[in-house]
Design a binder for this molecule. Structure first.
Ligand SMILES: [Zn+2]
Length: 259
């Protein structure tokens, strides 16, 4: 902390990794200025800094008094540095911030590890290690997490108005979702038939044996491809799918220009 004119005393994490509001919820409830800046929560007296955090002293009994003593202990050696500006620091690592450290830290959080099925986690790991262009990795990442802006998705979120806008522009027979656009669409099937033939596998046979209605998400498509081609699907397949996407988009646009 520098001057303390950039942080809210109760709500920001300016003293350690937790706000005073969370650390002392009972005191926060009774404080008079919940949105006060740090610099306004004290004053210089006799060349020393006195904290005035806006809690009425008559209320300080029982648990509130205990909290107050604890807060006073925490604040006793803290004061603003009037010659310095407030700034954010990465306090989790002594060497300071680095992308590698931040990644490790985030990955160690349970929330990130609960990213889905083992299959999904395994595919994501393989994707990041694959020697493919970064833009393809990002495409694959969004694909696996179900974050591609398909027309169905855009319609659901109100970006596209009118249900007719959610339909696949290639066949106009079904809504455009990942499972349809990249596998089940009749226009795309012909490409997959060709690709499967490179591996000596019959696409129609494999699709016939699958529960086709259950293939909806990118993960479902990937699982189908992985099972059908006996694990010969590598992450470089995303490069193929990514090219497929662009060729479809360009084809669609050309189609409309001709129209
Ligand atoms: Zn279609």
């Amino acid at each position: 902390m520098g001057r303390g004119n950039s942080f809210l005393a109760w709500k920001h994490c300016w003293l350690g990794n937790i706000s005073l509001k969370l650390l002392f919820p009972r005191l926060f409830e009774v404080c008079s200025f919940p949105n006060a800046l740090v610099i306004n929560c004290g004053l210089w007296e006799n060349e020393g800094w006195s904290w005035k955090v806006g809690v009425d002293s008559t209320l300080l009994v029982g648990e509130l008094l205990e909290d107050w003593k604890e807060l006073t202990e925490i604040l006793k050696d803290v004061k603003p540095c009037m010659n310095e500006v407030d700034k954010l620091i990465w306090w989790r690592d002594v060497e300071g911030f680095s992308v590698r450290n931040a990644f490790k830290r985030l990955y160690s959080l349970n929330a990130v590890n609960h990213i889905g099925s083992d299959f999904r986690r395994c595919e994501l790991k393989r994707l990041w290690k694959a020697i493919i262009p970064c833009k393809v990795k990002l495409f694959g990442w969004r694909w696996i997490l179900g974050a591609l802006p398909t027309r169905k998705e855009l319609w659901h979120r109100g970006v596209i108005l009118g249900v007719e806008g959610s339909f696949c522009p290639l066949c106009e027979l079904e809504e455009e979702f990942v499972g349809h656009l990249f596998l089940k669409c009749c226009k795309v099937k012909t490409i997959w038939k060709e690709v499967f033939s490179w591996f000596g596998v019959d696409f129609d046979d494999r699709l016939g044996f699958s529960d086709i209605d259950a293939i909806v998400t990118g993960e479902d498509v990937l699982l189908f491809l992985s099972n059908s081609l006996d694990g010969r699907v590598k992450s470089s397949f995303f490069a193929f799918i990514w090219s497929l996407r662009w060729s479809m988009e360009i084809g669609y646009l050309e189609c409309h220009i001709v129209d």
